[in-house]
Design a protein around this ligand. Structure first.
Ligand SMILES: [Zn+2]
Length: 281
């Protein structure tokens, strides 16, 4: 989920606009004012020894440091400034180059600076449908940096003594979301399969509410201390379970043909509700 999604996918399609995500704090945003919360790349934070989180500038980014170079997950919104800021933060903890980039899904806030990393000598690894959707989605087809290595379903990357497991559980937020697991560090990245806002089902790009929870169930079957969402702060297992339960409720209500989400704390536009009901039928 991102503001970019909402702006492009919904506001463009509808003549009215309803805020689906929390507004930035008062004083943030606006022309000439301070940047919106999360709009710029924030300071790098240690999750575990040799595993770091960089929020802001688009989707969350993970950095795994190995003696042979770095493994990065997700490359934020397009733009040299985002790339330069990410590299500045990385260089504050290690001089080593990024050798592998993993994308958790194809939206612009996850793949935006892929090409800069490819130019600097990295491989970009992703599930096959991610590459397909990146090439066909009007929001991403002109963004350079398609994945250079793809896999059909699951993949284990072993590099520099680190192991990263990638799992494709089928359609959810989009048709190409991947759960990324660091078994030694007990950290799982669930990407946009979980966010702080209402779930966005990108039906135009293979998304599905019906099968969404297969990914979260997969993640929940793993041993982890923290789950890293597409945006926002790291989550506990209990928080992932709670989000999964809300998705299940939403999917159940879609089958009935009416969706009331007041008690879930989620707000959807009419078009999104209609699509969820249509899929359930
Ligand atoms: Zn997304």
């Amino acid at each position: 989920m991102s503001r970019a999604h909402i702006t492009l996918a919904f506001a463009a399609a509808l003549s009215f606009s309803v805020a689906l995500v929390a507004q930035p704090p008062a004083g943030g945003g606006g022309k000439g004012g301070a940047p919106k919360a999360g709009a710029t790349v924030e300071k790098i934070r240690t999750l575990k020894p040799n595993l770091y989180l960089i929020t802001g500038g688009g989707a969350n980014t993970l950095v795994r440091v190995t003696p042979e170079g770095l493994i990065l997950v997700d490359t934020k919104n397009p733009g040299d400034e985002n790339y330069n800021r990410v590299m500045e933060e990385i260089k504050s903890v290690t001089p080593l180059p990024v050798k592998w980039v993993i994308n958790t899904q194809h939206h612009p806030d996850h793949v935006g600076t892929n090409q800069k990393f490819i130019d600097a000598g990295a491989q970009v690894l992703a599930v096959e449908p991610l590459k397909t959707f990146m090439g066909s989605d009007p929001r991403t087809k002109d963004i350079p940096g398609r994945p250079t290595v793809t896999f059909a379903k699951d993949y284990v990357l072993k590099f520099g003594g680190a192991e990263v497991q990638l799992y494709f559980y089928g359609p959810g937020h989009s048709g190409g979301d991947t759960i990324v697991y660091f078994p030694a560090e007990k950290i799982v990245m669930v990407g946009d399969q979980m966010t702080d806002a209402a779930p966005l089902v990108d039906f135009a790009n293979g998304g599905s509410l019906k099968t969404w929870n297969a990914s979260l169930d997969g993640a929940l079957s793993m041993e982890f201390e923290f789950a890293i969402p597409g945006r926002g702060e790291p989550k506990t297992k209990a928080e992932v379970q709670a989000y999964r339960a809300k998705i299940a409720t939403l999917a159940q209500r879609a089958k009935t043909g009416t969706i009331d989400t007041t008690d879930l704390g989620w707000t959807f536009q009419a078009a999104a509700i209609a699509s969820m009901i249509a899929e359930a039928k």
